[in-house]
Design a protein around this ligand. Structure first.
Ligand code: NAD
Length: 652
């Protein structure tokens, strides 16, 4: 090929520019996938020297800045208004820059005149990233078919092959992510936040299509939650992950101690179907800003095919940094076999146990966000109207398919009837069913399997004597389940013990605070709870006493609404915490560092050991831990003696 016209840095810039101009879709591979840029010299040598010099300079800049900045520059120069010299020059620059990749892309002949890509034709239509919802839908469908199917679905490869390839790619790109500064990683988060804001309607449509939740539930529980989290990352990541200096004890005088929050490597995120967007973006971005590459497997029931890939691409997050792999539990198993550096799993207790078992074979750290049977406790001094309406929402939002849904309601016997009356009047007003205009209140169940579980729990309860106060007319099959309010419940029913994950509201009476807390603490779950009372001390006492990971006081499902708070459960509800500073650090290797000087002196504890040295150490230790000023002086003198002793030995 002769001498190269572009340096490797300029070549990198050319590839990036090319990918912005030709992002690729279902029919056309993106610029960097075509290998066409390899033949750049063939074209560039015909360029006017001045233009070439200008291009080379710009390519260096493009090599350094993120892709979305390149897109922004092109857009601004394209839109340069006015007739002046500057505006016309900018428009020319835009044409020139776009011209280079486009010419290369469509000149599908190599040096020997052979055709390189059959797929590329001179008359092919050039696609740009669409903007409208309809256009985006089409784009995503073709994108999904191409990329997703290539990768997993329908592939000729087994799950094991795919998992191997994906992890190889993740590991090859790990250094690139790790070596980026936190600020640089956060530029992608900012862009992602902007892209999600811009495309929110389209994302909501896709969530509704896969999951069945109402438009308002999708907006509040998924989009708002995600934006809030990304905003939190922007504001807090740098502080949370910067090297931290910690105190060094006096016995180690002269040294300095630090904690580094370094990346772990490649994180495997496996998600459930109830929050297909939130449970994806939150752990993925937290893992990414901490410097990890991510492999993400959505639930087979709510894959949101192509959505994540597209949002990441529009944000400049490379597909090698965050890879989406579709499939069932079999795919999940194959991915775990690749030994990720950490597994972040959200899902059922049964699967959580399987994952932990498999992970234990290779000692892979796991974080498990599992199910719950969250109680609401309503004391006699609660504001009944507020508590009842809060509990109704907490039980029914997202069709009761939240890990922190209210699944059992304990009401003090003295206000039970009044509370029940408000609950029943509230649930009668709830609008049920599928909608796309924001008017719906109780959405569809997501899977047939979950509908069967609700029907089974209902049948079990009624056969053991429970009364159905609302929803008795449900046929036990439809995905549109009305609010199911029960009373006369017993502790041996499935509905009072197992996670139902549907729009249920079991009402129960209690008399003694202590008895109730003891009873609730016997549950196998410990995710969240809500306490409703006018007595702050009582609320705090009960909140401390409950064996759960979260408690909302005079509100419901609200701890997860504050991105500063860690989130997670105890007992069968999970292991570990995500979100907040603690959660973010969970995606890091907390590395302990101690600095000492590069002096010629040796440490007193190093060899040789002698009886005299032993006695001095003993004396020093007793003086240090006995306390008091005289002992401190004794400690200091012994320490000095030991130091000089060590010097003498070193000089021998
Ligand atoms: P699930 O356990 O059936 O599936 C979750 C994910 O695990 C899916 O992607 C699935 O394909 C995958 N999977 C299944 N078997 C696997 C295996 N052997 N190895 C690896 N991956 C495997 O859960 P689900 O039914 O999708 O979700 C509902 C559950 O999630 C409920 O129990 C709910 O409480 C829980 N959840 C918990 C939280 C939380 O933060 N604690 C949040 C949301 C949902």
């Amino acid at each position: 090929m002769g001498t190269f016209i572009l340096s490797s840095l300029q070549y990198k810039g050319l590839l990036k520019l090319g990918d912005v101009v030709i992002p690729g879709d279902g029919e056309l591979p993106k610029f960097s996938d075509t290998e066409q840029a390899r033949y750049a010299d063939k074209m560039l040598k015909y360029m006017n020297q001045e233009d070439l010099d200008g291009l080379k300079l710009v390519l260096i800049v493009f090599a350094i800045i993120p892709k979305f900045f390149i897109a922004l520059i092109l857009k601004l120069s394209e839109k340069a208004q006015g007739e002046g010299f500057v505006a016309s020059q900018l428009r020319l620059v835009n044409i020139g820059l776009k011209g280079v990749p486009l010419t290369l892309y469509y000149s599908n002949l190599n040096d020997n005149g052979q055709q390189i890509h059959n797929i590329l034709k001179w008359d092919s239509e050039i696609k740009s990233i669409p903007k409208g919802v309809d256009e985006m839908e089409q784009y995503t469908d073709s994108y999904a078919k191409n990329k997703v199917q290539n990768l997993v679905i329908n592939a000729d490869h087994s799950e094991v092959d795919i998992a191997g390839k994906v992890f190889k790619r993740a590991r090859q790109n790990q250094v690139e992510v790790t070596q980026m500064s936190i600020e640089e990683r956060l530029t992608f988060i900012t862009r992602l936040k902007e892209v999600i804001l811009e495309r929110r309607e389209w994302i909501i449509e896709r969530i509704q299509k896969d999951n069945g939740k109402t438009k308002t539930d999708a907006l509040v529980s998924e989009i708002f939650g995600v934006l809030d989290h990304l905003h939190w990352l922007e504001k807090n990541t740098k502080k949370a992950l910067k090297d931290e200096t910690v105190a060094t004890p006096i016995a180690l005088m002269g040294k300095k101690s630090k904690i580094y929050y370094d990346a772990l490597g490649t994180i495997l995120v496996i998600s459930p179907w109830n929050y297909p967007f939130y449970q994806a973006i939150v752990p993925i971005t937290a893992a990414f800003v901490a410097g990890n590459t991510v492999v993400y497997k959505p639930s087979e029931f709510t894959p949101l095919e192509g959505v994540l890939e597209e949002l990441m691409e529009l944000s400049g997050i490379k597909s090698e940094w965050v890879q989406v792999v579709y499939g069932t539990g079999k795919m999940g198993t194959a991915l775990i076999d690749q030994r990720p550096d950490k597994i972040f799993f959200t899902g059922s207790v049964a699967t959580g146990k399987k994952i932990m078992r498999q992970a234990s074979e290779q000692l892979i750290p796991v974080e498990l966000e599992l199910g719950g049977k969250d109680p609401a406790i309503v004391f006699e001094d609660a504001n009944i109207e507020r508590a009842a309406r809060g509990v109704v929402w907490g039980a029914l939002t997202c069709t009761g398919q939240s890990c922190t849904s209210v699944e059992q309601v304990y009401v003090h016997e003295s206000i039970y009837e009044k509370f029940k009356a408000v609950v029943l009047s509230e649930v009668q007003k709830i609008r049920l069913g599928e909608e796309t205009d924001g008017e719906g209140e109780l959405g569809l169940m997501t899977t047939e399997g979950q509908v069967q579980i609700v029907a089974d729990h209902m049948q079990d309860a009624t056969s053991k004597g429970a009364s159905v106060l609302s929803g008795a007319d449900w046929d036990g099959k439809s995905r549109a389940i009305p609010p199911l309010v029960f009373e006369n419940l017993r502790d041996d029913m499935k509905i009072t013990n197992e996670e139902t994950f549907g729009p249920i509201l079991p009402l129960m009476k209690f008399t003694s605070e202590q008895d109730l807390v003891d009873k609730l603490n016997q549950s196998e779950y410990g995710l969240s709870a809500s306490i409703w009372s006018g007595d702050k001390n009582r609320c705090e006492r009960v909140a401390h006493a409950l064996h759960t990971g979260n408690v909302s006081i005079n509100n419901v499902m609200l701890t997860e609404g504050n991105p500063n708070l860690p989130f997670g459960g105890v007992k069968n509800s999970g292991i570990g915490r995500y979100k907040g500073v603690h959660g973010l650090r969970g995606f890091t290797n907390m590395k302990s560092i101690i600095f000492d000087s590069n002096s010629s002196k040796c440490e007193v504890i190093w060899y040789p050991y002698t009886a005299k040295k032993y006695r001095s150490f003993d004396k020093m230790m007793v003086a240090l831990f006995t306390g008091g000023i005289m002992n401190f002086i004794k400690f200091a003198l012994t320490g000095i003696g030991l130091e000089s002793y060590s010097d003498k030995i070193a000089k021998k």
